[in-house]
Design a protein around this ligand. Structure first.
Ligand code: AHM
Ligand code: MG
Length: 334
């Protein structure tokens, strides 16, 4: 059989009764195109002078890398004219981006973390783009942040692109998770991983151990038990990985299982965690759940949280079901 490109895959999904509206199909294709452009920039690295700091800060008070800004611009430019969107919101911008007056508006809201894990760019380790799509509430012409504040269960699609040894786009619109590898010679994403599934159990965990002294009791207990190995209460030896790129971490988990954790910690008690619910928590939770895994904040499904701010943070435990259920039970017991 001939190769199935992203375009063909989406058109065929659209033909299957009602699973993918044409406007949403176009929007996903456009996001894919922007990710291709980001991939080419990431690949050129120093040759294109795109490494290093941009000299600016984002709304989170974090220093922006040049590629954070470039990737954000690629996504805005690609998506503003297509007619599918009512507005966009980004981890890199304080307020929603409104569609310029000369272009038609559509019914969807697009959110993205344009370059996740950007501390890894200069050292040539995988980074990624994460996106999430919601419907704009009816009757809203000029979406304010409130229009975006919908729980993750309302997402109509979500995905990420990992810029690693291969560039891969991994996508869900609520009927499984599908992975596409970028064929650079042909310039197209090709379906290489259909119906991706997270293995239910695992012996691999990912957490930034340097924060251990700041963690809450249930997280300490769980990690201690994993470290105790075969003779400890969990009865098996665990392995650990930490890339510091959530996209790379999630991609590993979706491929061979594992649990990823970025808990709340005592460094900043006012924040629920480091990662952002709208740009990281919800889209990754949607993908992981669609692949048969689980995603909670320790107490409830991430996707059932009612967000109160565009840049709100969330504690994240996601991956293989058995382990996510264990750490969630430890929180509930405490
Ligand atoms: P970013 O969106 O500013 O790149 O931050 C998110 C990243 C995640 O990809 C990763 O899991 C985490 O930050 C790593 O944090 P730390 O450096 O604290 O280990
Ligand atoms: Mg990020």
């Amino acid at each position: 059989m001939s190769r199935i490109t992203l375009s063909r895959f989406l058109i065929e999904q659209q033909r299957k009764a009602g699973t993918l509206p044409p406007e949403l199909r176009l929007l996903i294709e456009t996001v894919g195109r922007a990710c291709k452009a980001i991939s080419f920039s990431v690949n050129k690295g120093a040759l294109a002078g795109i490494l290093g700091e941009a000299g600016t800060g984002n709304i989170q008070g974090e220093a922006q890398k040049k590629l954070d800004v470039i990737a954000n611009d690629f996504l805005l430019d690609a998506n503003e004219w297509g007619g599918s969107l009512a507005a966009m919101a980004s981890e890199e911008m304080e307020l929603p981006y409104h569609i310029p007056g000369e272009y038609p508006k559509g019914e969807y809201l697009l959110m993205f973390d344009p370059l996740d894990g950007s501390s890894n760019i200069d050292v040539n380790i995988s980074v990624g783009t994460i996106f999430s799509i919601l419907r704009c509430p009816a009757g809203i012409d000029h979406p304010t942040p409130e229009a975006f504040l919908q729980p993750g269960t309302e997402q109509v699609a979500a995905g990420y692109t990992v810029y690693g040894p291969q560039t891969m786009l991994v996508l869900t619109f609520g009927s499984g998770v599908h992975g596409f590898t970028l064929d650079r010679e042909h310039g197209s994403f090709v379906l290489t991983h259909s119906d991706m599934v997270v293995p239910e159990s695992t012996q691999e965990f990912a957490i930034n151990m340097s924060n251990m002294r700041h963690w809450e009791a249930p997280v300490k207990r769980y990690v201690d038990e994993m470290l105790a190995g075969k003779t400890g209460p969990l009865g098996k030896d665990y392995n650990m990985r930490w890339v510091a790129s959530m996209v790379a971490e999630v991609h590993r988990i979706i491929t061979r299982g594992g649990i990823f954790m970025y808990p709340k910690d005592a460094r900043d008690p006012d924040k629920a965690g480091k990662l952002r619910i709208m740009y990281e928590g919800n889209p990754m939770a949607f993908i992981i759940e669609q692949a048969g895994g689980a995603a909670t904040n320790g107490y409830q499904r991430i996707m059932e949280i009612q967000p109160k701010g565009l840049h709100e943070r969330v504690a994240v435990f996601l991956g293989s079901k058995e382990e996510v259920e264990r750490i969630t039970a430890y929180h509930q017991q405490s």
